[in-house]
Write a protein that binds this ligand. Sequence first.
Ligand SMILES: Cc1ncc(COP(=O)(O)O)c(C=O)c1O
Length: 438
Amino acid sequence: MAESNNDFRYAVGPSKVPWYAVGEFYNGGDVKEFVKFLLPDTDKPGYADAYAKVCQDIEALAAVSGKAMKLTMGDKVNEAEAAAKETFGSKYAILTNCWTSGMEVAYKFSGLKAGDEVIMPAITFIATMAYPLHIGAKVVFADVDPVTLNLDPADVERKITPKTKMIVPVHLGGYPVDMDPIMELAKKHGLYVMEDCAHGMGGKYKGKYLGTIGHFGGFSLHEVKNITSMGEGGILLTDQDFAGKQFNSSRFLGLDASRQIKDWLYDIVSLRDRFGNVQIAGNYSITEIQALGLKLQMARLNDIIAQRRKAAEYTNAVLSQEDGILVEKQDTADTFGTHHLYLLRIDPAKVGGDIRQLEKKLKEKGLTNITHFGPMYRFQVMKDMGYNEDEIAATCPNTERMFYTAYTHLPIYNLTQEQVEYQANAVVEAVREMKAGK
Ligand SMILES: Cc1ncc(COP(=O)(O)O)c(C=O)c1O
């Protein structure tokens, strides 16, 4: 498995009765349904005729075409991984079935085990802490910076103990975490850093792509991220040779086709973490069609971010005119954010009400606004695992204040200019109503 992702099942050489004669392939009829799924039926005039024509053409094509016989872990995965390495300037890259899996692989390479502590922001998605919780590592929550909602490096420092093994910054909403102090702390205390860039694909910090600054980093390709691989997927990046060299087998059950046991096609190896300890590899394979979907969208990444940026800048310009609304932090010379979500903050004292009241008003005006991410320590699962939410809350005052009174997220991509304008004006209008006590 060292040179190719091929999962071995078709790689047994020429034969008259091929090994692939054990699975089913897709045919022309299936492809017609795929077309309809990806370009769905609308009420628009012309759809039925255009679709009927496409169906005819697909049937004609199917009559003379071959079949896609390699559906998972083949050339398309290789190509997308090569594109990821080149785009982000990373030495190693693997695609995984989702980013939660990619993080699991990175946690394993980092040697995280039961009883260790891992520091991450109090505001993120459950996925960031799923593996540490699963293995009985202790999740320690760093308070957030009230301007970006990213973890606050000063609080990370306060929370480091002799048991800390990792720091996991999350570039929330696509705004880059201040990585220098994080990497300095990691160096000083011998910690590993994994960047959760679920929202940060294409963003940069001091000229380096997010995901390439820590020891590990990577992206979610879930359907609501900056780009997708058919709805689910992840990319894990590293420059660490010990891990990169094991990437393929670590993502597919330890299979290693570069070595074989006697009379068999491959060996099965363990994942060796940074301390040389044995860890067991899982199966996080991704399909060829997902890899193809990713490669196509990755080529559009810069345009997508530019479109997001334009909408966010417009929104900032409108919202900045109203006292009490705090606009998104602009990029500095060191940062290039992706504008995955628009972070809307208010000063409740000036607005005369809190963010929940504003959310209600925005909903009445037809806006979708979701506080996408909440304090992780408030969930039932944490109580069940023995975490004391109030004790943790007392160590995260900004998280509490911001979540309960001051922020929400707005969508910012794939909107028409009219929608962007409507959204921004509706926020201003709602805030004015609150100020007027309406
Ligand atoms: C901050 C954050 N981390 C991790 C993930 C997990 O990504 P995936 O859904 O690809 O497993 C998400 C997905 O929403 C996320 O928002």
